[in-house]
Unconditional design. Structure first.
Length: 418
């Protein structure tokens, strides 16, 4: 099947089955702010600790820094699928959750390879809200008897983007992206009476968000040439900034009981998402290993809902490092000799803080790309992460995440010689 027909079919299926792309995190922490933040939808970047601000690859579409599109030399289509198993534990017990979700897709075109003009569009998840908390109550001398209170939340934000790059004569690549954010998030609280004829009642808050933003980035010239470094090649530094307008927040409050469904109130407000900064460097060692080091920060303490601060949030940052083994791909090389291998580490101070205890995350990941032909791969990645703590009756999360991606490239636009 031609790549263009496969792309059209996948696009139709995607929007027929998924109005918005949401990864189910099964994390109770995601009930605060806008939920867990997706740093990169890519299975390739997952295998290297995510991020990759300064890395540019002819066979990969990066959403972290639009300036990296200057290296794309074929029309490309990429999408990913993620399966996640989460073990939640406190000082008393441990629970297990699992889920699989579609991670998003991107489509890239080289407009003018000589001038580094590339373009990409796509839909990717931006934040995830997914939790379920059950609290049993056994009151004494109560006419209602025992009851359970259940708190659930689901939804999040997705991002539609269109980005482009341009390579300046000094080998400096610049890029920009127009981003549109949208999504629905619902928070529910329900009371279920165990030994009573009273029917369960439910209270729900639904948020429908939408707004625009922009991503701007640059990737430096190759410093290994300027400094005549022998052991290193393609040594570059990258920078990206994500800006957000105030997102529209349509809010609906409803209650459900034996009487029926009542709309308590509804209104329109705004949420203010703080600016995100990313800084990284990448270089190739001995022509075989791509090394990436990255730092990303976002001042979530400045997150506002209708011009009011939201507790409990703190400034977040993430540090990651990883490497990728680059095979030579000589003529006549075997399938096993063309496999690309990856590994990565990361540390993250999340935006969540409780009782003056920050919720931090450590992760380690492995990945590989299996060749399907020139420039086409099946990407796999496995990541283990630990987040949170059991102190002060908080939750510790042990997450095992498996990613599967498909990256396809094809020459679409060829100028015919006359």
């Amino acid at each position: 099947m031609k790549l263009k027909y496969f792309l059209i079919l996948s696009f139709i299926i995607l929007f027929a089955e998924n109005y918005h792309l949401l990864a189910q995190s099964s994390s109770s922490y995601s009930r605060y702010g806008i939920g867990d933040i997706d740093y990169s939808y890519s299975v390739r970047r997952m295998g290297m600790g995510e991020l990759g601000t300064a890395a540019a690859d002819a066979n990969f579409i990066s959403i972290v820094n639009p300036a990296s599109l200057y290296k794309i030399d074929k029309t490309r289509f990429e999408f990913s699928l993620n399966s996640e198993a989460t073990y939640l534990s406190n000082s008393q017990k441990t629970d297990y959750y699992a889920d699989t979700d579609f991670g998003g897709f991107t489509f890239g075109i080289p407009i003018n390879y000589r001038n580094g003009i590339g373009m990409a569009i796509g839909v990717v998840p931006f934040s995830n809200v997914s939790y379920e908390i059950l609290e049993p109550y056994y009151p004494e001398n109560s006419i209602f008897g025992d009851f359970n209170v259940k708190y659930t939340g689901e939804g999040g934000l997705s991002k539609v983007f269109i980005s482009s790059s341009f390579l300046l004569p000094i080998d400096l690549s610049i890029g920009a992206s127009f981003d549109y954010y949208f999504g629905n998030t619902s928070y529910k609280a329900s009371v279920d009476f165990v030994n009573s004829r009273l029917f369960a009642s439910e209270y729900e808050i639904t948020h429908r968000n939408s707004g625009i933003g922009g991503t701007f980035g640059l990737i430096s010239p190759d410093f290994s040439r300027l400094l005549s470094l022998r052991a290193f090649s393609d040594f570059r530094i990258g920078f990206a900034v994500n800006l957000f307008s105030n997102l529209r927040d349509d809010t609906l409050y409803t209650s459900r009981s034996t009487v029926g469904i009542n709309t308590l109130s509804q209104g329109v407000g705004e949420i203010s998402i703080p600016t995100k900064y990313s800084l990284g460097m990448s270089f190739v060692l001995d022509y075989k290993f791509l090394i990436c080091l990255d730092y990303s920060s976002q001042a979530w303490s400045k997150y506002l809902v209708n011009n009011a601060s939201s507790y409990p949030l703190q400034d977040a940052y993430k540090i990651s490092g990883g490497f990728e083994y680059i095979p030579l791909n000589d003529i006549g090389s075997t399938f096993w000799e063309e496999i690309i291998l990856r590994a990565g580490l990361s540390y993250e101070q999340t935006q969540y803080i409780f009782y003056n205890i920050g919720i931090n995350q450590y992760s380690v990941s492995l990945g590989a790309s299996l060749p399907l032909g020139t420039g086409n791969t099946v990407d796999i990645a496995l990541m283990y992460a630990r987040r949170g703590t059991k102190e002060s009756n908080l939750l510790q999360e042990d997450v095992i995440k498996l990613g599967l991606g498909l990256s396809l490239g094809e020459l679409w636009f060829l100028r015919q010689e006359k």
